[in-house]
Design a protein around this ligand. Structure first.
Ligand SMILES: *Cc1c(COP(=O)(O)O)cnc(C)c1O
Length: 435
């Protein structure tokens, strides 16, 4: 697999280099030079395959010989060791549940796959790989649990004190082993600024082998394509071939992976991007002008992104052709009041407790279906388990949530976190002195 930068198609780097650098120096994003077309026979018979089998087939098509087949199979089987079931709420509408992994969010797909790919490529090195990550909640848990026990790696997670939910904090701080957490007396932006400064610190980078677990890493995008194919397989087994996917979107990595799957030959009728009031992409699709804004805090806080970093990838997939893109992607934006109503309605009508991100996707899927009646399944993606968002969900619904076993076990575990002010020198000293 060779990759170019969205800012420079002449650049050509290996998969390994793209994984460890995350970002090209020209600040574009890595994209595959060549988008492989899956064998039509594979698509035709896809309902015969399991999720890990589909994942291997898709990953192999993209990555090629950069990872030998047997090793790739092992990586996929270890990473994708949980299900992604599709459940119908009524005859036309189904939810794709992506929260059955260890951190109860779809980011487990990306983080578990990336951690094992990094572990695989680092095997020959004797220096420990130091993964730094700033989180506003969901990413940290997925990265922590994704890398937990992966040989040759160590993860340092920075999170804003008092700004993540209880389950999220416990997922970050109770692991031990190769995972450590730093609670920063500041905001998510402060955490991110500290991590960015560390990556730009030449002296520090000569002492430690630093890498980012950033959501723009190509090794996080690839595994997110798997469940789009798997959804098609599940519906095909029921005789359904036409699907509209609705994706709750923040950084647009999830829907970007869906569009990549489509470009690889997955039959998809349409994509709907659902956002909270951070509506940079919906405004762009209307006006053709990309005008990022500072992010606004909402109930669906994992989507509070004012300048979605993966958007350039989507434009690249469509060769910057806005009309072509608009034929494939429609977007809707909703405020917190609508999000609350949607959660309540899902609970009342379907006895389904959804997290706020999922609820936004559901409203958007219904809006699209009303405006485009036809014979297709509306599949909306559930990106997180509701147990992670106690403050956003009405108490009567929250009470009905069945907590996953692992989440129950978290309560009572000892929180292990370093406490730190927003102070780069202190952060740097911590990294150097605790190696
Ligand atoms: C990260 C996240 C999103 C947004 O996904 P993007 O790939 O950034 O668009 C949506 N929902 C939840 C629960 C998330 O954690």
């Amino acid at each position: 697999m060779k990759l170019y930068s969205t800012n420079n198609k002449e650049l050509s780097v290996s998969f390994k280099d793209a994984v460890f650098n995350s970002l090209p120096a020209d600040r574009g994003l890595y994209m595959p030079e060549h988008i492989p077309q899956l064998d039509p026979m594979f698509i035709r018979n896809i309902q015969q395959y399991s999720l890990p089998e589909i994942a291997f087939h898709v990953a192999h098509a993209l990555i090629g010989n950069d990872i030998p087949e047997a090793d790739l199979k092992k990586i996929v089987n270890e990473a994708i060791n949980f299900d992604a079931p599709v459940r119908f709420l009524n005859k036309d509408t189904a939810v794709l549940e992506l929260f059955h992994g260890p951190s109860y969010a779809f980011k487990d797909f990306g983080a578990r796959f990336m951690s094992r790919v990094m572990g695989y490529f680092s095997k020959a090195d004797d220096q420990l790989l130091d993964v730094l990550v700033a989180t506003s909640g969901d990413t940290g848990g997925a990265v922590a649990l994704g890398f937990l026990g992966v040989a040759g790696t160590r993860v340092t997670i920075l999170y804003p004190k008092g700004k993540v939910s209880e389950v999220q904090e416990l997922q970050l701080t109770t692991n031990g082993q190769n995972i450590r957490a730093i609670e920063i007396d500041g905001t998510f932006d402060d955490c991110q600024a500290l991590v960015k400064r560390a990556f730009n610190d030449v002296q520090l980078n000569s002492e430690l082998r630093l890498t980012s677990a950033n959501s723009i890493n190509i090794a996080r995008l690839i595994p997110q394509t798997f469940y789009y194919f798997y959804t098609y397989a599940q519906l095909k087994a029921q005789g359904i071939n036409e699907i509209v996917f609705t994706v709750p979107s923040g950084n647009f990595g999830n829907i970007g992976a869906g569009l990549l799957a489509y470009k690889m030959g997955l039959p998809v009728k349409h994509f709907v991007a659902a956002t909270n009031v951070n509506d940079t992409v919906p405004r762009f699709l209307k006006s053709g002008k990309y005008e990022p804004k500072p992010s606004v805090q909402t109930l669906a806080n994992a989507m509070d992104v004012g300048d979605p970093s993966n958007w350039v990838r989507i434009q690249d997939l469509f060769d910057q052709d806005l009309d072509h893109l608009k034929k494939m992607v429609t977007s809707y934006t909703y405020d917190d009041a609508t999000t609350k109503d949607a959660m309540e309605q899902l609970f009342r009508e379907y006895n389904y407790v959804a997290c706020p991100h999922t609820a936004i996707a559901w409203v958007a899927s219904q809006a699209y279906a009303r405006e485009h009646p036809g014979q297709y399944a509306s599949v909306f993606l559930s990106t997180a388990h509701p147990c992670k968002f106690p403050d956003a969900i009405a108490p009567d619904a929250f009470e009905q949530i069945e907590f996953p076993e692992g989440a129950k076990e978290l309560t009572g575990k000892e929180k292990l976190a370093e406490h730190m002010l927003v102070d780069y020198d202190a952060f740097r000293r911590y990294l150097v002195e605790n190696r």
